[in-house]
Ligand binder design. Structure first.
Ligand SMILES: *[C@@H]1O[C@H](CO)[C@@H](O)[C@H](O)[C@H]1NC(C)=O
Ligand SMILES: *[C@@H]1O[C@H](CO)[C@@H](O)[C@H](O)[C@H]1NC(C)=O
Length: 470
């Protein structure tokens, strides 16, 4: 049982008896608190067989998993024992009450070396699978990421039977180069090199064994925690039933393999319905000419037969099949979520978006430097963080509307501290356009969103999001 402090104002024993019947609705119960203390240090890791300086949390690589229940308050005191500033981004956690804590540079200050900072985050009205990662200085290439599971409260039905096990898979590309050398490459105007390998939960080829009992069903929560590449996930001889994407229960389609792009988290159910032996669990890179692959072992209890046969191949360069798959992923609008959306209904389809914003990425040269831009605006970091400027009403730091809500046709890019306005409780449709020839991922920080459409043109992705501003 979770500890729960109840503030009950009981007038008499009689009333207590009556209220007992209505206990769920009449007792004001403070949401539980979970206290965590994290020590962030350097430490030697050998994920691809060579020694590297990793970034560990409480001595662990990947970092510890966070388990929470909807509405829990997480109080995480993080000590930075590194020689550089450190900042954690809580990917997918909404920050309706605490956007000071979102861990994005510009709204949140990094933790200076030798200091600690306590993050106070309420996972208000959230369920599902997410992860955290360090958001400064290429630290993500050294570790300090980990899974976040938010369980539904006991009284909220989950649209599938309780699985026999719940297993987090943090997969992604990995570089043998130290994070500082990777950073120097970028600072000197180079691109990142091609990754050296893929990892599953911090380990390379057959580095993990997940044990299952024949006939039982397990939930795997797969996140792509890498830096540069989309991955494909599959399990030899088994199908994947998709049930949840970043906090939304989905229509339960079955796939033989799933593309997981950077930053995405998917939950699938896997039934151990094959003969008792060991099977490959595979991740491989997507849209890359050279294909990196790594495996773990799905081990059936009592199996005496190790993994065998060829590692099942997955899709590689083909883009259309990936877009087709993404288009089959739909929100189950009648399945339970943590709560209705702010507009008061689960049926987003019935709410009219108040406007459409179109965002196009580009890679222009500005003053002779390679920059990246959205709608022709390359973000210029102000000296004063935006949240501070907003809170203390400091003029001259930014102005609302300093980025157009539609692409400007491309080449006339400029530097600007871009800020776009939105209204409280507004439901906005956002269309992302990618005219470049590489896959782009967007991190929409601190908000609830779901992809509602997806289209492929020649060299162009169109992704529609609904962003609900709460
Ligand atoms: C740092 O840790 C100490 C000891 O736990 C705590 O009292 C203090 O509030 C923390 N400081 C910050 C800024 O979180
Ligand atoms: C959506 O969720 C509801 C409630 O759990 C369930 O009855 C229904 O079968 C689901 N629909 C699909 C298509 O998965």
């Amino acid at each position: 049982m979770r500890p729960c402090k109840c503030k009950c104002n009981v007038l008499s024993a009689l009333i207590l008896l009556v209220t007992f019947l209505f206990i769920a609705s009449s007792v004001h119960c403070e949401d539980p608190y979970r206290y965590l203390t994290w020590k962030v240090t350097y430490g030697d890791i050998y994920p691809l067989g060579v020694k590297q300086q990793g970034i560990l949390i409480n001595g662990q690589f990947p970092g510890p998993q966070i388990d929470a229940v909807t509405n829990d308050n997480l109080i995480i005191n993080v000590y930075n024992y590194l020689r550089e500033p450190f900042l954690i981004s809580w990917n997918g956690l909404q920050h309706r009450r605490n956007s000071w804590q979102d861990g994005v540079y510009g709204t949140n200050c990094p933790i200076p070396p030798g200091r600690n900072l306590t993050y106070a985050i309420q996972v208000k009205d959230q369920i599902g699978s997410y992860f955290y990662f360090p958001s400064l200085g290429m630290h993500k290439a050294a570790g300090a990421f980990g899974g976040i599971r938010i369980w539904s409260r006991p009284q909220i039905p989950v649209p599938f039977p309780s699985p026999a096990g719940d297993i987090t898979i943090l997969a992604g590309d990995w570089f043998k180069l130290d994070h500082r050398r990777l950073r120097r490459l970028l600072e000197n105007g180079h691109n990142l090199p091609f990754p050296d390998g893929l990892l599953i939960n911090g380990r390379g080829w057959n580095g993990n064994t997940f044990t299952v009992d024949q006939g039982k069903t397990y939930r795997f929560r797969i996140s792509n925690v890498g830096l540069t590449t989309s991955i494909n996930f599959r399990i030899q001889g088994h199908s994947l039933k998709l049930v949840e994407v970043e906090g939304s229960h989905t229509l339960q389609n079955t796939y033989s393999s799933l593309d997981v792009h950077l930053g995405q988290s998917y939950s699938v159910l896997v039934t151990a319905d094959q003969p008792v032996k060991d099977y490959y669990m595979v991740v491989s890179t997507r849209f890359t000419r050279r294909i990196l692959t790594t495996t773990s072992v799905l081990h059936y209890s009592y199996s005496k037969t190790g993994v065998s046969g060829p590692v099942p191949p997955g899709p590689t360069l083909d883009i259309a099949s990936s877009v087709y798959q993404a288009r089959t992923i739909r929100w189950n609008l009648t399945a339970s979520g943590p709560r209705p959306n702010p507009q008061g209904s689960y049926h987003y389809g019935l709410i009219k978006p108040s406007r459409t914003i179109m965002l196009a990425n580009s890679a222009p040269y500005i003053n002779g430097k390679q920059r990246y831009a959205v709608n022709g605006v390359s973000y210029n970091e102000p000296d004063t963080p935006l949240k501070l400027a907003d809170y203390f009403n400091i003029p001259g730091v930014f102005y609302v509307g300093s980025i157009p809500t539609y692409p400007n046709g491309g080449n006339n890019a400029y530097l600007q501290t871009s800020v776009m306005g939105a209204n409280f409780h507004e439901l906005v449709e956002i269309v992302f356009q990618n005219w470049e020839d590489s896959v782009q991922s967007w991190h929409i920080d601190g908000y609830s969103f779901f992809v509602v459409g997806y289209a492929l043109f020649i060299h162009m992705y169109l992704i529609y999001f609904f962003l609900s501003v709460c």
